[in-house]
Design a protein around this ligand. Structure first.
Ligand code: PLP
Length: 386
């Protein structure tokens, strides 16, 4: 079957260039075709220290509890390397490799996994090649593509907010020679919905072998769903898979910037020249300590999941449904336009997620501390009453 693939490069009001296009099957696009699928909204409001301290920070899916004592100590003792270039670096690459049962040649560090996504763009998109993925998702790859005037083939989510793997396969095959890589975020941001392992396999078996699939597992640690699995074993098998991971979420190191790719050596070798190689001393030591402190990971995970469940249950009592999230955030269906609601929350000192077109009646809320969730619920009752 020939897909009605249309690929375009456009600019949307209020944002940088954002790529959009290629609707997989017209049947699945009708409910959302009125709104752009992607909008670049990278500009983040600047906060004073007072505003920052006072705000309930539920906008960026961080770990609200911060790094554990073991990691803070590791960072503190690494300060002494701050004036050096060549210093002991906690063997962070080896630590990551051992953690995943791969070799150090399978690991590429980035200043956050954002850098890994950009490196993938720099490596695989030159020459007019395109990235294939869904929207909404973590749009960094599409923003990078539009920034270098590469195009993106972006398919809508299905009505149940799952990713349409068959459509991704068809779009990739139909555009095979033009595709640089496929991007799959699971669990997906902003929906929190996972791609079942069988569907990941369908994707990998369905796309041509020479098309890399970048699987973004930023929220891996929060997943409970029995059908989910990491895709790192595919790397070990030598499949054309790049798994992106980050220390910004459960490990509580977003401000410190460390992420990495796990991929077959042949792909890492192609990507490495495009990476900055500039990771700071503090976060290398922090990352190594964080991987070892499994008790703290478990504490953050269980506190976060418990808070997500209690908060969404409260919203349920108020008559609002949340998508089935497997992450440290959730999306609640407001049944009204989200932008004024975000502004109203902000006026109350509660910072929540930005709009994610075309899901413009859904609000993304990160799980914060117990106090922040109480503030969110109090604000929700007031904002939604009006
Ligand atoms: C799915 C996903 N991937 C990657 C990132 C980038 O995170 P970082 O660059 O801090 O590692 C984020 C951040 O929110 C994300 O949600």
């Amino acid at each position: 079957m020939t897909m009605p693939i249309g690929v375009s490069r456009r600019r949307f009001v209020g944002g940088l260039a954002a790529a959009v296009g290629a609707l997989g099957t017209t049947a699945q696009t009708s409910s959302i075709s009125q709104a752009p699928l992607v909008r670049s909204t990278r500009a983040r409001p600047r906060l004073t220290i007072q505003e920052y301290d006072a705000a309930a920070k539920l906008a960026y899916n961080e770990n609200p509890f911060g790094p554990p004592e073991s990691v803070v100590k590791a960072m503190a003792s690494a300060h002494r390397f701050g004036n050096r270039y060549n210093y002991p670096d906690a063997d962070i690459v080896e630590e990551i490799a051992a953690h995943h049962g791969v070799t150090r040649e399978n690991v590429l560090l980035g200043a956050g996994s954002s850098e890994i996504l950009q490196v993938a763009g720099r490596t695989f998109l030159p020459g007019g090649r395109k990235v294939v993925g869904v929207a909404p998702t973590f749009a960094e790859v599409y923003e990078y593509a539009s920034g270098v005037r590469a195009e993106s083939i972006i398919l809508p989510l299905r009505d149940d907010h799952s990713q349409d793997i068959s459509a991704l396969v068809r779009a990739t095959r139909a555009n095979h020679r033009d595709v640089g890589f496929v991007y799959l975020c699971t669990p997906n941001n902003p929906t929190g919905v996972v791609v079942p392992r069988k569907e990941v396999k369908l994707l990998l078996d369905g796309v041509p072998d020479d098309v890399p699939v970048l699987i973004d597992e930023a929220y891996h640690h929060y997943v409970e769903h029995p059908d989910y699995a990491t895709s790192i074993p595919y790397v070990v098998e030598g499949r054309s898979v790049i798994v992106a991971r980050t220390f910004s979420k459960i490990y509580g190191l977003a401000g410190m910037r460390l992420g990495y790719a796990i991929a077959p050596v042949s792909l890492i070798d192609r990507m490495r020249p495009h990476a900055s190689g500039s990771i700071n001393a503090l976060v290398k030591w922090a990352g190594a300590a964080a991987l070892r402190d499994t008790a703290s990971v478990e504490r953050v995970r269980s506190a976060t999941l418990q808070l997500r469940k209690s908060t969404t249950a409260e919203l349920g009592k108020l008559g609002y449904t949340a998508l089935p999230s497997e992450t440290n955030f959730f999306m609640v269906h407001l049944t009204r336009e989200v932008t004024p609601v975000i502004d109203a929350f902000r006026a109350k000192g509660v910072l929540v997620g930005r709009p994610f077109p075309p899901m413009l009646e859904h609000l993304r809320v990160s799980v914060g501390t117990p106090d922040e969730m109480q503030r969110f619920l109090a604000a929700f009752r007031e904002v939604m009453r009006t």
